[in-house]
Design a protein around this ligand. Structure first.
Ligand code: GLC
Length: 744
């Protein structure tokens, strides 16, 4: 009896404290403003329209308080024109939230996000994102639809270019670093740009790597693989989330209340705003979920959608209210989140763009170049790199990406300017003392013409070294740009074969929006450098790496397949009950052999079970040796793994030390390896550094589920089993692991 009295007393006190506690000033402002708003003005705040061109109709809607946000206003004149109407002409003067896809730079363009991931340097990416925000907010863009944290295991999918690769942990770290850069130290600083974590959720699992396609994902996989990067970005303070186009198990995300309410709001406590993707609410009709846009309005609203990007289903909200299916309180709860973000950004205090144009500042360009240098991945090198330009007197530069200022910027470039791009050709001409001979041979990546082959090969015969810049045009990756064949397009592979016949050393540089199947070209090249479309400073960055001014340190954020038929292929896979031990490849199978004579294990006959290069792989101009790993138990939750890494080569260099774990048994089968930590360390030649990487027991946990037919709940837990741990240069090393149990 006494405990019940205490419980009631405690509860009453809590209610009293809450009722009396001074509300957060922003909450007070939101409440006060909300009370003044008409229903039309409230619904107006829930609409985002495109503002890329001057429109009297749009101006009229804004003046009437029927628009809350614009996207694609990207110059100070347009921004201020529409903002003045909202702030000075509309009844309540609520400022517009100006959004834009500022995905990897605004004017100064950085490597595409998959390239940024290849740096494994979150601090660098935070600095780059901060510079991006400083450029974009000058013109009045205070909201970017970035970072995209869709884990992607399928190289056919064009949008992997916008994400951070196949690994949940690396994507989480890089996404959060990007949020911190965009939003800075204070959201109401005029240079703060609200981040938008997208696409919620699991868009990267689009079946067959075909964009917008369906996904089939068990709840435990959704929570283990695809959701953690979103949570990491929200923990970093991201103010907005965008729905994804795909359905998960038949339910499009825009209409998925389990995602948008149960998880995003109730489990994670998100209090920012949820925006649709472009028309993803009206897409519920072609999805086949809704019969018409009126039903799409209801399904989206009831699933937690708040700001509708160009979907125009919110036109039916008042009809649903008249039918009693949606209340004004429901509308208020939705508008509250939108107003909260606007107040947090300080838009009511400083709504107008600074109208300055400090673009391409030296700090931004230097950061962009450094990001190019650290994103370059050395996949092969027989010693031809670094180039000794004192010996390479005549250098042939060839290939469709050698002097392609627009293509090297990559996908999702609205404001980047090719005229500011410095290409590899320009860099070598400006920076090397060698005689640079330029023969593009192919005018664009899909070019199949052989018209310039003879001239190019003739030039190659006279050169000391061939620098072949191959890859993809920007248009071959990004949204709705998925490929069923991920070889080098056009006649690039044929050109490689012809160049190889000259016997001259070839440095192949691949500039693409995805991993490509370059096995044939790899065999013919003396060195291969992979550079996911690297932006404005591609030329100087690659020049510095290729000439050894900078020692390459980039490592693959995504597995590189040998053949597209292996896709999806990723490092943190299950072992299967029949792992491939000694696969007999198709050309070695004896003719007429009996069916079970060549063994039964898990691999493809043409290529085995291994990729061309594994996740986390990348070479250096120096070499590093790892000592045995030591494991230090701090307490039941905190551990530290350490080893000594020695630079055993002739050059200073950076090494990305990766921490992988594996559990040898469990309630469910678990991946053969999982990245749980990493650090990037500079080690002068001949010196050693002790590397320590902390991790926690909870990081080793995963989502379990009951398979009881009457009990479908899921829960997060760690298994008390034997674990193994590696500190390694990539995901595929077979050094002896350290074994341990979580609980002594
Ligand atoms: C696009 C993309 C999304 C982008 C939005 C606005 O369809 O899916 O990533 O932010 O529309 O351009």
């Amino acid at each position: 009896m006494q405990s019940k009295a205490i419980y009631i007393l405690t509860l009453s006190l809590a209610v009293l404290i809450t009722a009396c506690s001074p509300k957060d000033p922003i909450e007070q402002k939101v409440d006060q403003l909300l009370k003044q708003m008409t229903l039309d003005e409230k619904i107006g705040q829930m609409r985002q329209l495109e503002g890329g061109m001057m429109s009297d109709d749009l101006a009229g809607q804004i003046r009437a308080g029927q628009v809350g946000s614009l996207l694609n206003c990207a110059n100070p004149q347009d921004v201020n024109y529409y903002q003045r109407i909202a702030v000075e002409d509309s009844r309540l003067g609520i400022p517009l939230l100006m959004g834009r896809d500022v995905i990897h730079g605004f004017k100064t363009i950085y490597p595409i996000p998959i390239g940024q991931a290849a740096t494994w340097n979150p601090d660098l990416i935070t600095l780059a994102s901060r510079q991006t925000a400083m450029e974009a907010t000058q013109v009045g863009i205070r909201w970017t639809f970035s970072p995209m944290v869709d884990v992607a295991r399928d190289a056919r999918w064009g949008r992997l270019a916008e994400g951070y690769g196949e690994d949940t942990y690396l994507t989480s770290v890089m996404g959060a670093a990007t949020v911190r850069g965009y939003q800075g130290d204070s959201l109401n600083d005029p240079t703060a740009m609200a981040a938008c974590v997208k696409h919620f959720a699991a868009y990267g699992a689009s079946e067959s790597g075909r964009d917008y396609n369906t996904t089939w994902i068990p709840e435990i996989m959704l929570r283990d693989v695809y959701l953690p990067p979103f949570k990491a970005c929200l923990d970093a303070g991201a103010q907005t989330v965008m729905c994804s186009f795909n359905d998960i198990n038949g339910l499009p995300s825009t209409a998925n209340s389990h995602l948008n309410i149960d998880i995003l709001r109730n489990e994670w406590g998100f209090d920012g705003l949820l925006v649709s993707d472009w028309g993803s609410s009206s897409d519920l009709v072609p999805h086949g979920l809704c019969a018409d846009k009126k039903e799409a309005c209801m399904r989206s609203f009831k699933a937690g959608l708040e700001l509708e990007m160009e979907g125009h289903t919110w036109d039916y909200l008042k009809e649903w209210m008249a039918e009693g299916k949606i209340t004004e309180k429901d509308i208020d709860d939705c508008v509250r989140d939108i107003l909260r973000v606007k107040f947090r950004l300080g838009l009511f205090d400083h709504p107008y763009s600074a109208d300055t144009t400090l673009f391409y500042q030296s700090e931004a360009l230097q950061l962009a170049q450094r990001t190019v240098e650290e994103s370059a991945i050395l996949l092969k090198n027989d010693g031809v790199l670094p180039l000794d330009t004192s010996k390479c007197r005549t250098i042939l530069i060839t290939g469709p990406l050698a002097d392609a200022p627009k293509e090297q910027l990559g996908t999702w470039i609205f404001d980047g300017e090719p005229e500011h791009s410095i290409t590899p050709l320009a860099a070598f001409r400006n920076m090397s003392g060698a005689d640079i001979v330029f023969e593009p041979c192919l005018n664009y990546s899909r070019d199949t013409s052989h018209a310039m082959f003879a001239k190019t090969i003739a030039a190659a015969r006279k050169a000391d070294v061939i620098l072949y810049f191959a890859g993809e045009e920007a248009i071959l990756s990004g949204e709705a740009r998925c490929r069923a064949d991920i070889n080098l397009p056009g006649a690039q592979s044929l050109l490689m074969a012809e160049l190889a016949k000259t016997g001259k050393p070839i440095v192949l540089v691949v500039m693409a929006g995805r991993p490509l199947t370059i096995g044939k070209e790899l065999n013919l090249a003396n060195a291969v450098l992979y550079s996911f479309h690297a932006g404005t400073m591609t030329g100087p960055g690659l020049y510095n790496v290729m000439t050894g001014i900078v020692n390459p340190s980039g490592k693959l954020p995504m597995t590189m397949p040998k053949m597209v038929g292996q896709v999806p292929i990723y490092y943190n896979r299950h072992n299967t009950g029949r792992p491939a031990t000694t696969p007999m490849l198709i050309d070695n199978i004896p003719v007429g052999c009996p069916q079970f004579s060549i063994g039964q294990s898990s691999y493809h006959l043409e290529v085995g079970d291994q990729p061309l290069f594994p996740f986390g792989y990348g070479l250096s101009y120096t070499t590093f040796e790892y000592s045995a790993v030591e494991l230090h138990r701090i307490d039941s939750e905190n551990f530290v793994a350490s080893c000594t890494v020695t630079n055993t080569g002739e050059r200073d260099g950076q090494e990305i030390v990766q921490l992988y774990t594996h559990q040898k048994s469990g309630d469910l089968v678990r991946p053969i390896k999982e990245l749980k930590g990493f650090t990037k360390v500079f080690i002068p030649k001949g010196e050693s550094r002790v590397v320590e990487i902390p991790f926690t027991a909870s990081q080793l946990g995963y989502w379990h589920q009951s398979f009881d037919q009457h009990d479908s709940h899921v829960w997060f837990a760690t298994d008390d089993v034997d674990y193994e741990l590696w500190l390694a240069p990539n995901s595929n090393v077979q050094t002896a692991p350290v074994s341990f149990r979580l609980h002594n």
